[in-house]
Ligand binder design. Structure first.
Ligand SMILES: Cc1cc2nc3c(=O)[nH]c(=O)nc-3n(C[C@H](O)[C@H](O)[C@H](O)COP(=O)(O)OP(=O)(O)OC[C@H]3O[C@@H](n4cnc5c(N)ncnc54)[C@H](O)[C@@H]3O)c2cc1C
Length: 426
């Protein structure tokens, strides 16, 4: 998986609504807020700010949506953080704030799509799959807990005998359907939000890696050819940020995650495999996740790489997993393979904070970021506007930096994941 400054050769890049071609940053620019990175976090923050009248400039090293945001599974799932972690660390009030954020993050995505007419194949319906009875028990507990909390979306159990009506696979013993979650084309969601930023007079620069940030009362964001003078800065480079801000380096671990897309399956086979067109995943830490695209391909993601080395052949690694779930795909061609980096935080809690008073950041969604990034963008925009209620909940959480940064850290992470893999076996 060799990264260039153009999009990865993914199904999403091949079917994008349009190809962004914003100018490179050159010369001197001034704005209220400079946003580094045009993934969901950066685009969401920039759009909230631009809607509120801030003059924003987004500076992206590659293309809009080039990172994880334009390459992911497209699975739209609510929830911002595991609430037990917040309860344990910060108590019930903060937990209530985090719970509301978990609902709101999904709503922000849906509202954005509706408000700006973003054509990104949004479909509702999410199927959690159980491989063992204890997972069915967990689903029952989850549904009861959500009902008690007046969860706004319909949820239901799918017992074994009903499984053929939701999935054409014999692997699973049951499931749980959430009608509020769903799936979409993530790169088109990025591109739609970029257009919305433009509508609000925001500026976007592409192929402009930020090399240095000069902090102070009037921070400056430097690229090779230009500089943005800003009042505030948002750092939204997540797993790709590298060493631009040394205080963040090593706080998230870039973990490779990979996907394949088959050729179009045709209606009959597509309906046989996922009759209700839900997005789906199993419950393991290193999980299988899959869904149909709008043109009825199987999009299948299934393993994470914590070693710092990408697999030589993504299809050879993922196709057997797909065939294990859906043997019916044995003669179907895989047409696309790609991967991207997820920012993992040690405690799997998203990181938000502030550096030197006027530089804000959000990162480390740990594999579940499509909806949370949109929430994080709003929280950063609120904080920049002086409302710290939600920001402070997360800024209070201590995050560990891994000694030696990402490369020394990977063996430690690999051991951690081995532990979780073993846990999956029992
Ligand atoms: C294969 C894969 C599948 C996934 N599936 C799902 C899923 O189904 N559902 C889900 O909820 N989450 C999923 N995720 C996770 C989700 O995609 C991420 O959590 C989310 O997209 C992170 O968004 P972001 O904006 O923070 O980071 P990114 O999207 O990675 O964006 C960071 C951007 O910053 C830019 N940048 C970095 N450094 C600089 C710099 N110095 N100067 C300028 N620009 C810079 C990068 O070029 C990049 O465009 C998946 C991730 C991957 C990789």
């Amino acid at each position: 998986m060799k990264d260039t400054n153009e999009h990865a050769r993914s199904y999403y890049a091949a079917t994008a609504q349009w190809r962004s071609d914003y100018p490179q940053l050159a010369g001197e620019h001034r704005c209220d807020v400079a946003v580094v990175g045009a993934g969901f976090t950066g685009l969401s923050a920039a759009l909230f700010l631009a809607e509120r009248g801030y003059d924003v400039a987004v500076v992206e090293a590659n293309r809009v949506g080039w990172g994880a945001s334009g390459r992911n599974g497209g699975q739209l799932i609510d929830g911002f953080v595991e609430l037990e972690k917040i309860e344990r660390r910060l108590g019930p009030e903060a937990t209530e704030v985090a719970y509301r954020m978990g609902l709101e993050c999904r709503d922000i995505v849906v509202q954005r799509i509706e408000q700006y007419g973003i054509d990104c194949d949004l479909k509702f319906g999410y199927l959690d799959l159980a491989l063992k009875p204890s997972e069915m028990d967990d689903f029952r507990v989850e549904i009861e807990r959500k009902q008690r909390a007046n969860y706004p979306h319909a949820m239901r159990m799918v017992e074994r005998e009903e499984m053929p009506s939701v999935i054409g696979s014999r692997l699973y013993i049951g499931g749980m359907i959430n009608s509020g979650n769903g799936h979409l084309h993530p790169l088109n969601l990025c591109l739609g939000q970029a257009r919305a930023i433009e509508q609000h007079k925001g500026r976007i620069f592409e192929q402009s890696p930020v090399m240095r940030i000069e902090h102070g009362d009037h921070p400056k964001v430097h690229t090779a050819e230009g500089v943005v003078h800003a009042k505030k800065v948002v750092l939204a480079g997540n797993a790709y940020l590298g060493r631009v801000e040394p205080r963040l380096f090593g706080k998230v671990i870039p973990a490779g995650s990979y996907m394949i897309a088959t050729e179009p399956l045709g209606d009959d086979l597509a309906i046989e495999l996922l009759p209700q067109d839900n997005a789906a995943c199993d419950q393991r830490i290193v999980l299988d996740y899959f869904r149909l695209s709008a043109d009825r391909r199987m999009l299948f993601g299934g393993f994470c790489n914590y070693s710092g080395r990408d697999p030589k052949d993504i299809t050879a690694s993922l196709q057997p997993k797909m065939l294990h779930v859906f043997p019916q795909l044995a003669d179907v061609k895989v047409e696309f393979e790609w991967g991207g980096y997820i920012g993992i935080s040690m405690n799997r809690v998203p990181q938000m904070g502030r550096i030197e008073g006027n530089t804000y950041y959000a990162q480390g969604y740990s594999g579940h970021g499509l909806a949370p990034t949109h929430m994080a963008g709003k929280v950063l925009a609120d904080a920049i506007g002086g409302d710290f209620e939600q920001f402070d909940v997360f800024a209070r959480i201590r995050h560990w930096r891994l000694p030696g940064g990402k490369w020394f850290a990977n063996p430690a992470l690999a051991i951690g994941m081995l532990y979780y893999r073993l846990k999956d076996l029992f």
